[in-house]
Design a protein around this ligand. Structure first.
Ligand code: ADP
Length: 492
């Protein structure tokens, strides 16, 4: 029996997952990846190591499931978005470390672009920010000796991680991306689904280095047998958040999900009409399963689970992320302590690149448990900011929030989220929604699954968290968060 293989290259790990016809996960492997922080606000990864880790994850997943490359019917790819790789077309070697989506090195360049902000938003759907790939590409071309001339000659190629994996999987035969990833570069015209000449000129990025934009659910090439062990169709591509939207079976207007990973990303499917946000959210592409363009409204938070990693790796007050659940539950409240995790600035809806993280409200009674609990709570407060903005944009009230991502395993956080949002929070049976979404796209493109309705029928809830906090408590906590976040902001 053939299987669908998903490659899920996240910020903290490269994962590979195998699915059968009932979309049951029959194999999963994860290989950790490393970020480095060479200067304050900078975040880098080694693109060659990303590729090696991804390949190792594929081998491990196949091996653990007792399968080989020829058991795979199709490959789907999903990836950390915006992260920017520029490599030499001839050698396949990156010319610089990958600039990770969280990296703030181009914040000053984005301030210069402020004069063009309205035009950029109108054309790309995005807010001008260092988050997106456009200024990161420009930075590499301006800072690596000879890079600009080589890019103009077509000797250097740009890709986000999807493109980089596809290039390597096909042994350099296919240089492509999909609209969900391309819509995060600040170089794509959101409505047209093609590179936008005015945006390219504004950011001084040569078209010759850009990948072709191909559909999210279609056979766009084959893996090379020398790399992968068999020639298998590559048939699904989506950025991680749009893949999670698909993996949560949100294929139609009005359906939404929130992912708690390194960052936190809420997406609301907007159907086939290009959305315009009045509340500083992003308009972006959703993965389409046919030729009709699909859109989504997105709220992006740069640091969510990454703040838990900070507690572990920098403060050293926890040993593992999961133990934060019991630590938070060991106290009834934080006693007025708030953590504002603006380690790399604030994303939606504030868009404040210069803001930095703060712990506020400390008293002599506050200790490890308060800081740990406040860190978890910060993910829920930031999510409420996004959902409120989404509701204001759409004029509708969300019935429930579907959740996923590593930190969605935290029961304390999910209950607190339901309480602070005053909405039910629903966690699916398969938490690997990102990988599942990419599998859906690949399976639909190759006839493994016949229809969107069929893949939607695979979605199951594992647990529902009902709000139970008194309104007075919720309002008081929310006011405290707003005071704390305003303290951290530099642009009020
Ligand atoms: P990504 O796809 O961005 O690499 P994941 O979805 O795999 O991220 O989630 C990993 C993140 O979730 C890490 O930042 C980690 O600190 C956090 N995390 C994982 N498990 C828990 C948990 N039980 N409680 C809180 N945070 C967690």
């Amino acid at each position: 029996m053939p299987y669908i293989l998903s490659l899920d290259e996240g910020t903290t790990s490269a994962r590979a997952a195998l699915y059968d016809r009932e979309a049951r996960r029959v194999g999963l492997a994860a290989v950790p990846t490393v970020s480095t922080f060479p200067q304050p606000g900078w975040v880098e990864q080694d693109a060659s190591l990303i590729w090696q880790s991804q390949l190792a994850a594929v081998r491990n997943a196949l091996g653990l499931a007792g399968l080989g490359p020829s058991d795979v019917q199709a490959v789907g790819i999903t990836n950390q978005r915006e992260t920017t790789v520029v490599w030499d077309r001839a050698t396949g070697q990156p010319v610089a470390p990958a600039i990770v989506w969280q990296c703030r090195r181009t914040a000053a360049r984005c301030r210069e672009l402020a004069a063009h902000a309205a035009k950029i938003t109108r054309r790309s759907g995005l807010v001008v920010d260092a988050y997106f790939s456009g200024t990161k590409i420009q930075w590499i071309l301006d800072n690596v000796a000879g890079a600009r001339a080589r890019a103009e000659n077509g000797d250097l190629l740009f890709g986000n991680i999807d493109t980089w994996l596809i290039w390597n999987l096909t042994a350099g035969r296919v240089h492509a991306t999909d609209p969900t990833n391309a819509s995060r570069t600040m170089l794509m015209n959101l409505a047209a689904g093609d590179w936008d000449n005015e945006l390219l000129a504004l950011l001084n990025v040569p078209r010759a280095m850009l990948p072709s934009i191909v559909p999210s659910s279609a056979v766009i090439g084959h893996t090379d047998a020398s790399v992968f062990g068999a020639e298998v169709p590559i048939a699904g591509i989506a950025g991680d958040q749009q893949a999670a939207l698909a993996g949560q079976a949100c294929f139609a207007k009005g359906l939404s999900k929130n992912t708690y990973g390194t960052g936190c990303f809420a997406l609301l499917h907007a159907g086939d009409a290009e959305p315009v946000s009045e509340n500083r959210l992003l308009a972006t592409r959703a993965a389409s399963t046919n030729s009709q363009a699909q859109f989504a409204v997105e709220g992006s938070i740069f640091v969510a689970g990454a703040a838990v990693q900070w507690l572990r790796d920098k403060l050293g007050i926890i040993e593992t992320a999961p133990e934060t659940e019991a630590i938070a539950q060991s106290i009834p409240h934080t006693g007025g302590v708030y953590v504002v995790p603006a380690f790399v600035g604030l994303g939606a809806p504030h868009w404040d690149a210069e803001a930095r993280a703060e712990i506020t409200g400390l008293t002599l009674g506050a200790g490890r448990a308060e800081i740990v609990r406040a860190t978890l709570e910060s993910m829920a407060y930031q999510t409420r900011e996004l959902i409120q903005a989404m509701e204001a944009d759409s004029g509708t009230r969300l019935a429930e929030l579907r959740v996923d991502g590593g930190a969605a395993a935290n029961n304390f956080l999910m209950q607190f989220q339901a309480d602070i949002l005053d909405r039910p929070v629903v966690r699916p049976a398969d938490p690997e929604t990102t990988a599942l979404g990419a599998a859906f796209l690949a399976g639909l493109a190759t006839g493994y699954w016949k229809s969107v309705a069929e893949v939607q029928s695979f979605w199951r809830a594992e647990r529902r968290f009902e709000p139970s906090m008194p309104a007075g408590t919720r309002d008081a906590l929310w006011s405290g968060w707003q005071r704390a976040v305003n303290k951290a902001r530099t642009t009020c």
